[in-house]
Design a protein around this ligand. Structure first.
Ligand SMILES: Cc1cc2nc3c(=O)[nH]c(=O)nc-3n(C[C@H](O)[C@H](O)[C@H](O)COP(=O)(O)OP(=O)(O)OC[C@H]3O[C@@H](n4cnc5c(N)ncnc54)[C@H](O)[C@@H]3O)c2cc1C
Length: 326
């Protein structure tokens, strides 16, 4: 039997769910407002060792493997996603931070501590330690979402959904869509549109005329290659209860430039543009009390865990019982 699903949101969560469901022979329609998609980050790290705490999600190796496998499968189907599985280098400022990272690193996660002569030339010389994570890398978030949506064969509806339940979605113009399952993947902006209180964090990437380093460098902020040139970025604004329109206060810009300059010499690089987005914390993956399936709150791990969690959710999605009288 072929089932129909409506997926709200076409970021990495929704696009991956659509791709996974169509692999299970579901007919999928993706409804996306086409606005404020955090997943359109010009260059996202696939980085298993997080932030300045060095925390490693137990599912990071599995998630990373699935993301790269997807990129490879899409390329085999003719959908190129700019990326490089180049590894990621995490320079660390002191012995205490190294000790913390070492405590968190599982033996199963390939990693090397680099001597000074093994480090990327672009990395500034003052860092006492540098951890290399050979399984990581960077990818173009927008290109990956676009490729997943196209390869899924899902129908796309560019509209904002204003109401939904286990089997219907109402669009802002009053159109009612019906299906056997509804999956909500609305991300940061969608959570606020839905009237939820949650934790949102805004960040900015400056796009650069060329990459400062071929291998992504990350501590505080990250420098990475992109499809064109490179980026300097971070998610650094104070957490907020709601999504707010993109902004880049001058003191944030100055903070970002300082973090970038600590990683590498940026003096000869020019900025070509700016991308600002907001991410949602508080992972939710499963069915809610109203029978609507949901994948959201991917936080800073959208490309590390998003596809893995989407495939797992798609494996659970079942047709809702028929509506009474329907
Ligand atoms: C500055 C920054 C840097 C980041 N860097 C990284 C990184 O290096 N590595 C990494 O793994 N992650 C990174 N992230 C996090 C990552 O981008 C997010 O975790 C991920 O993109 C969230 O994906 P999503 O699909 O849940 O939401 P989104 O990508 O935000 O997609 C939600 C979509 O749903 C649509 N939508 C919402 N509500 C509705 C509605 N009612 N009707 C119709 N459409 C709707 C929106 O328009 C949007 O297109 C970064 C985030 C930011 C902000």
């Amino acid at each position: 039997m072929t089932c129909d699903a409506l997926v709200i949101g076409g970021g990495i969560a929704g696009a991956s769910v659509a791709y996974a469901l169509t692999r299970k022979h579901w007919r999928v329609t993706v409804i996306d407002a086409g606005m404020h998609t955090a997943s359109h980050v010009p260059s996202a790290l696939v980085n298993p060792v997080r932030g300045q705490s060095g925390g490693v999600d137990a599912r990071a190796p599995e998630g990373m493997a699935l993301t790269w496998a997807l990129v490879r499968d899409l390329a085999a189907q003719g959908y190129a996603v700019p990326h490089a599985r180049s590894g990621v280098v995490r320079p660390l400022p002191d012995d205490r931070t190294r000790a913390r990272f070492e405590r968190n690193l599982p033996e199963t996660l390939p990693h090397h501590w680099l001597d000074h002569n093994q480090r990327p030339k672009a990395l500034a010389g003052h860092w006492p330690h540098a951890l290399q994570l050979p399984g990581g890398g960077w990818l173009d978030g927008q290109a990956l979402c676009r490729a997943l949506l196209k390869a899924s064969g899902a129908s796309l509806v560019k509209a904002r959904a204003t109401a939904w339940d286990a089997q219907t979605v109402t669009l802002h113009d009053g159109t009612l869509l019906k299906a056997q399952a509804v999956v909500w993947c609305g991300g940061s902006v969608g959570s606020t549109w839905a009237g939820e209180d949650a934790t949102h964090r805004m960040g900015t990437l400056l796009t650069l005329e060329r990459a400062a380093s071929k291998v992504p460098l990350s501590f505080g902020a990250y420098l990475a290659p992109a499809a064109q040139g490179g980026v300097l970025g971070a998610t650094f604004e104070a957490p907020a209860k709601h999504w707010v329109p993109p902004q880049l206060p001058l003191n944030s810009l100055s903070w970002l430039l300082g973090k970038g300059a600590a990683l590498s010499n940026l003096e000869t690089l020019s900025v070509t543009g700016r991308w600002t987005g907001s991410r949602l914390s508080g992972l939710q993956a499963g069915k809610d009390a109203h029978g609507v399936w949901r994948l959201s709150g991917l936080s800073s791990k959208g490309f590390l865990l998003g596809p893995l969690l989407a495939f797992e959710l798609a494996a659970q999605v079942r047709a809702a019982p028929p509506l009474r009288g329907g």
